[in-house]
Design a protein around this ligand. Structure first.
Ligand SMILES: Cc1cc2nc3c(=O)[nH]c(=O)nc-3n(C[C@H](O)[C@H](O)[C@H](O)COP(=O)(O)OP(=O)(O)OC[C@H]3O[C@@H](n4cnc5c(N)ncnc54)[C@H](O)[C@@H]3O)c2cc1C
Length: 393
């Protein structure tokens, strides 16, 4: 059987693309190497931050508004599982830091609701985080938590409801273009389609080596803790999701205490470069040390017994912006790699944009800054980008 579109990878982006394509009437085949909403790629770890005053670049804000509008629709269509929870957000740093200045720039450029808090006010309102005297906090009301496994499962269920065929535990081994369409080969068979969307996450460099993308797959560890005291300070009504930029290399981020989980704290970037097939999935004491050091200084009450840990992978570009573009050799193939550690919140709208590109050849969103040809002069695997990776210009 021939399909209109084959989606390779059914993680955050692929599941959303499969849903969007199928809901528009396309005959869709989705192929996933592992199981449904698994934790072995970039989407594990129970929670993801969604926000609007985007420090990474103001150009993401229109996409974010669309994503915010779409998540409740996905939730309502998919069933009774809660996909999103609004908590507000705190973006903390010194003047001149990417997180603080970048968030403020996006908020001002797009007229987003926000307030600026000096250190005293920040500590008074949100005492779980003891910010330094020379730090400031941008507080925005429209930020919160996405539950990634539930979001992916919702997209998968909706895709199936709209007639998509989804194959799990099947590995795509290659693809090739011909006059009639694109042929996708797997460890189980061969399939034909008019179009292909590649959403292979951390495996993209292996699946599409011909693109010679300057991607760096980075291992990141996540931790959950039981507070040592005053647990009420970490509840949802007292602690929004937060990001604190420590210096130009690293930021830390986290979530309020969630039932059955505890307080999640992690470092943004700073992980080793890894191969997606051989990454060490056990968090070590060395992984935890920077998080403990951070908590000792800024969140001492959070630093109780470790309740849980996970290892996840970022797929970083040199400028930390996403990739969403046609394959340079064949515009019947769409390449979607929205990660660099901040893509999940966009996954619903990226799925929609990937469907636009596959079915209509264009999308109404401004995606020039996500093009593949911006790497033309870079090429090859990148060691660039150990730092925070933000450009607020
Ligand atoms: C620790 C961590 C924290 C993060 N925090 C946030 C956050 O707070 N907010 C936010 O917005 N974003 C966050 N992100 C980023 C976000 O999670 C990623 O951008 C997103 O998960 C990427 O989705 P994806 O679909 O590209 O990758 P994945 O969800 O990993 O999906 C790729 C899929 O492709 C499959 N695949 C690969 N190769 C093949 C093949 N050959 N055949 C078949 N299937 C294949 C894989 O098995 C996988 O399921 C975080 C990421 C990490 C790792």
């Amino acid at each position: 059987m021939s399909y209109d579109v084959i989606v390779v990878g059914l993680g955050a982006m692929g599941s959303a693309a499969a849903h969007q394509l199928a809901s528009r009437g396309a005959r869709v085949l989705g192929i996933e190497a592992f199981g449904r909403a698994h934790e072995l790629g970039s989407s594990g770890g129970l929670t993801r931050i969604i926000r609007l005053a985007y420090f990474e670049h103001p150009d993401y804000v229109p996409m974010l508004r669309a994503a915010w509008d779409l998540w409740p629709t996905i939730q309502a269509e998919a069933g009774d599982e809660q996909l999103i929870q609004v908590t507000g957000g705190l973006y903390i740093g010194r003047r001149g830091s990417s997180v603080l200045d970048g968030s403020l720039k996006s908020a001002e450029t797009h007229g987003l609701a926000h307030e600026m808090l000096d250190a005293d006010e920040s500590r008074r309102r949100f005492p779980a985080i003891q910010v330094d005297d020379d730090m400031e906090t941008l507080h925005e009301p429209l930020a919160g938590i996405l539950f990634p496994d539930k979001c992916i499962e919702a997209h998968l269920r909706l895709a199936e409801r709209h007639g998509a065929a989804l194959h799990f535990e099947e590995v795509v081994t290659g693809y090739s273009s011909g006059p009639a369409g694109v042929t996708v080969t797997t460890n189980r068979g061969t399939y034909e389609a008019g179009k292909v969307v590649i959403a292979a996450g951390a495996w993209l460099p292996k699946l599409a080596p011909e693109l010679n993308l300057p991607l760096r797959v980075e291992r990141n560890a996540l931790f959950w803790y039981e507070p040592v005291g005053q647990p009420e300070l970490f509840e949802r009504d007292r602690l929004p999701v937060w990001i604190l930029e420590l210096d130009e290399e690293y930021a830390f981020y986290g979530f309020p205490s969630l039932p059955g989980q505890g307080v999640k704290v992690a470092r943004h970037h700073g992980g080793q470069t890894v191969d997606a097939d051989s990454v060490d999935r056990t968090a070590t004491d060395a992984d935890e040390r920077p998080v403990r050091d951070y908590m000792a200084r800024y969140m001492p009450l959070a630093s109780g017994p470790r309740l849980d840990s996970r290892v996840c992978m970022y797929t970083n570009t040199p400028d930390f912006h996403f990739i969403l573009d046609f394959h340079p050799d064949d515009d019947r193939i769409v390449v979607a790699s929205p990660c660099s550690g901040h893509g999940f919140k966009f996954s619903n709208i990226i799925g929609s944009m990937a469907a636009d590109l596959a079915l209509e050849g264009r999308t109404s969103f401004e995606i020039g800054f996500l093009s593949i040809d911006r790497f033309a002069s870079v090429g090859g695997p990148s060691e660039v980008g150990r730092g925070l990776g933000v450009s607020s210009s």
